[in-house]
Design a protein around this ligand. Structure first.
Ligand SMILES: [Zn+2]
Length: 305
């Protein structure tokens, strides 16, 4: 195109060629002025002498037009292409730092959530139930708390005791908290077991009913945990006491259901994928966990919105 332009019929001679070269630069300058916003050009710089520099090519220019003509020139375009190639080569590494940053952010815990556990008893069905209300005022945007049941032998925070299971709640950026509850089978009827997340009040609610064991009335109450002595029932925790001792569930001599949190990793192998996906960071035993009191594995968390 340039060649045709420079050899128009009827226009010959050196002076004419020079004029056309000037015309061409002018044309490029105008094109650049139309298409380039100098304020957004990362290479355009006005120096302290009042002239202009291309930071990419380290060239000096007397005025903006001259700089703009330069940006259309071979040298600048070549340097642009080189830089683009270099950045493309580095590009695969770029999304990862971003992801890593997010992951890091997730691991910065801000402490335990506030909670309330309410014991209930249904005189009709003789079922005991627990209502958990966990407050997550600082939960991450669009995040939803998750819960998970964990058998005593799956967890590693306390000594294994078949009489108990654990109910865990997790929501970033809070620490995961767990409640020790009787290992009695849980009634999964739709009107008995439910969870609810209220994004306005930032409260996660979970209600569960324990199934009534047919032979339960004839059986002596389960002995209290060894740490509480052979006969003395555990003292009720004072009201308003922070996390370690939520109110004991049930009306029978219940175990103190201590609240625990996921502490630092205890030289454990990484948890199996299912566990990691559910409650990352919570220590679990590597072999596939045995069935948890008939309670099925929780469905995977909903996809992020
Ligand atoms: Zn340049």
């Amino acid at each position: 195109m340039d060649r045709e332009w420079g050899s128009k019929p009827g226009s010959g001679g050196a002076a004419s060629a020079q004029n056309e070269a000037i015309d061409r630069r002018e044309r490029l300058r105008r094109l650049a002025l139309e298409t380039i916003d100098l304020a957004k050009d990362p290479y355009f710089m006005r120096n302290h002498l009042g002239s202009y520099e291309c930071k990419l090519c380290l060239t000096l220019h007397n005025n903006e037009g001259n700089y703009l003509a330069h940006t259309q020139g071979k040298r600048h375009q070549t340097n642009l292409a080189k830089r683009a190639a270099r950045e493309a080569k580095d590009a695969p590494a770029q999304p990862q730092p971003h992801k890593r940053k997010l992951a890091l952010k997730k691991s910065v815990k801000i402490g335990r959530p506030g909670y309330r556990v309410t014991k209930q008893f249904d005189p009709e069905t003789k079922q005991r139930s627990l209502l958990f209300q966990i407050e997550y005022p600082e939960i991450e945007d669009n995040a939803k708390p998750r819960h998970r049941f964990m058998s005593s032998f799956e967890q590693r925070v306390q000594a294994c005791d078949k009489r108990y299971q654990y109910l865990l709640f997790a929501a970033e950026p809070y620490e995961t908290v767990g409640f020790k509850i009787p290992s009695t089978e849980i009634d999964k009827a739709a009107n008995k077991f439910f969870t609810h997340w209220d994004p306005d009040s930032k409260m996660f609610t979970l209600q569960l009913y324990f199934k009534v064991k047919p032979q339960e009335p004839n059986k002596p109450p389960p002995p209290p945990p060894p740490s509480n002595g052979p006969s003395a029932p555990p003292p009720p925790p004072p009201q308003g006491l922070p996390p370690r001792m939520p109110p004991a569930p049930g009306s029978q001599p219940p175990p103190p259901p201590p609240l625990f949190t996921n502490g630092p990793p205890r030289h454990m192998p990484p948890p199996p994928p299912m566990v990691g996906g559910q409650m990352g960071g919570y220590p679990a035993r590597p072999p596939p966990p045995p069935p948890m009191q008939g309670f099925p594995a929780q469905p995977p968390p909903p996809p992020p919105r």
